[in-house]
Design a protein around this ligand. Structure first.
Ligand SMILES: Cc1cc2nc3c(=O)[nH]c(=O)nc-3n(C[C@H](O)[C@H](O)[C@H](O)COP(=O)(O)O)c2cc1C
Length: 179
């Protein structure tokens, strides 16, 4: 696994009304993504669907469910050249044991050969939920660190950042990233 070389944090995160945390201005995964980028000196890219998910929780759930059932690939705004990086952290919320479908839209636009991919997730009880294996099959040709990704409860990311920061720091240290 590479811990040196160029690093990138790519993430999707939903703001607005979210499960167990009320109405939030910065998504739970976004908070963790920023901590990883800060600690590793990585660049950062936010996956934003062209048609953004609504703030309202129940409407968001309905749209997310339809996208999952139809295996949709919603268009995403902008892009970043993953091909220029060596180590790519990919972060997202757990949506019924899957990453939001827009994460696949982003992944499938790129060539992952030779990259090291490190998944991280926020959730409200389901943990990584096997999503790391789904990321591994989507990022063809990459070495994906399945079983070694970071799972943090969204409420902890949102409301107890000292604890979240400790989890991020010790995880990065275990993986061999030096401050
Ligand atoms: C559509 C949807 C589905 C979700 N499904 C799950 C789930 O199956 N398991 C779980 O633990 N949390 C689930 N959650 C909660 C989110 O994973 C959790 O709130 C996460 O921290 C949100 O991160 P974000 O603010 O970066 O979007 C779901 C949330 C949404 C909106």
């Amino acid at each position: 696994m590479k811990t040196n070389g160029k690093k990138l944090v790519v993430f999707f995160s939903h703001t607005g009304e979210n499960y167990n945390v009320g109405n939030i201005e910065k998504g739970n995964t976004h908070i963790i993504a920023d901590m990883i980028a800060e600690a590793t000196g990585a660049n950062s890219f936010e996956i934003v669907p062209e048609k953004e998910y609504p703030n309202d929780y129940n409407t968001c759930i309905e749209i997310a469910k339809k996208e999952l059932q139809s295996n949709a690939r919603p268009a995403v705004k902008g892009d970043i050249k993953v091909e220029d990086y060596d180590v790519i952290f990919i972060g997202y919320p757990n949506w019924w044991g899957n990453p939001p479908m827009c994460v696949y839209s982003f992944i499938e636009k790129h060539d992952w050969n030779g990259k090291t991919v490190i998944p991280f997730i926020t959730h409200e009880g389901s943990g990584m939920g096997g999503t790391d294996r789904k990321i591994a099959s989507a990022c063809k040709g990459a070495e994906t660190l399945t079983g070694k990704g970071l799972a943090i409860q969204g409420k902890v990311a949102q409301e107890n950042q000292t604890s979240a920061q400790k989890s991020v720091d010790s995880w990065l240290e275990r993986l061999g990233f030096k401050k």
